[in-house]
Design a protein. Structure first.
Length: 267
């Protein structure tokens, strides 16, 4: 029986019995893991208090039991991010980060870089100043719509997370024929290759009949969006506020990332 200690973000939870839960944690040292928290729902449990989703904690657990599940013995919540929990748009984004980690990572494949990125992103969402709406009589109220800064924080998380997971889109040259693409306003991106393709390779891929690549794996996207993905994937990006992005480009970037992540999740 081996006791292990690590830091964790809670990314999923479900009831196991009247007093126990099964928690899915994304940890700094062990990646995604599932633990059984016996008695965690009992009032005044000495060592276990039910963590909220996407809270940041220190945990102690016993390595896999004979039944194949790690046993949680102690959890100490370090940050619960109360500020973002009262703002609906930021709350949705934090839930999205938890879902991203739960669905796109493999069990027990550690990535301290991805853990740090997720924790940093949740902290940024918790700290970002809410947008204010002007109303009559000079009063202001916070809005539940996504601000431009919140959207950029999530874009940066997605681009950097894809990079750490090995899915970073290749945007400089065609990986099939190795040709550097001429500058143009529009390029063709292949979900199957995870890359932009030159015109000749686009034609060849559209004719593939091996059941792997299909014509609908190709999408036309602006070169500016591809460049933006490269910029956002830099973990040392100094200040998101300095990126001036038009609303149409944000919309195109969101559409591209949604389709790319959906393709990855379904393959």
């Amino acid at each position: 029986m081996t006791f292990r200690k690590t830091e964790a973000i809670t990314i999923n939870q479900k009831n196991y019995s009247e007093t126990s839960q099964i928690l899915t944690l994304y940890t700094r040292d062990y990646g995604k893991m599932t633990v059984l928290a016996r008695g965690i729902k009992r009032p005044k449990h000495r060592l276990l208090n039910p963590p909220d989703l996407f809270s940041y904690s220190e945990v102690i657990f016993i390595d896999k039991s004979p039944q194949g599940m790690n046993l949680l013995t102690e959890i100490t919540v370090k940050e619960n991010f109360q500020s973002l929990r009262i703002n609906l748009s930021r709350l949705r984004m934090a839930f999205y980060i938890a879902r991203f980690l739960n669905e796109l990572t493999e069990p027990e494949e550690s990535s301290p870089e991805l853990f740090n990125l997720a924790l940093r992103t949740i902290r940024l969402l918790d700290a970002v100043e809410p947008e204010l709406n002007k109303v009559k009589k000079g009063r202001k109220i916070t809005t539940n719509s996504c601000s431009g800064m919140e959207k950029m924080i999530i874009f940066a998380f997605e681009a950097q997370a894809l990079k750490y997971l090995g899915y970073m889109p290749h945007t400089l040259s065609c990986p099939v024929c190795k040709k550097t693409l001429a500058k143009s306003r529009k390029v063709t991106f292949s979900f199957y290759n995870g890359s932009i393709l030159c015109p000749a390779c686009c034609v060849r891929q559209s004719r593939l009949a091996d059941g792997q690549a299909r014509p609908d794996d190709l999408i036309e996207v602006s070169a500016g969006v591809m460049k933006l993905v490269d910029v956002l994937s830099n973990p040392f990006l100094p200040d998101l506020k300095r990126l001036k992005i038009t609303a149409p480009m944000r919309a195109e970037l969101r559409g591209f990332i949604n389709k790319y992540i959906t393709y990855i999740a379904n393959t």
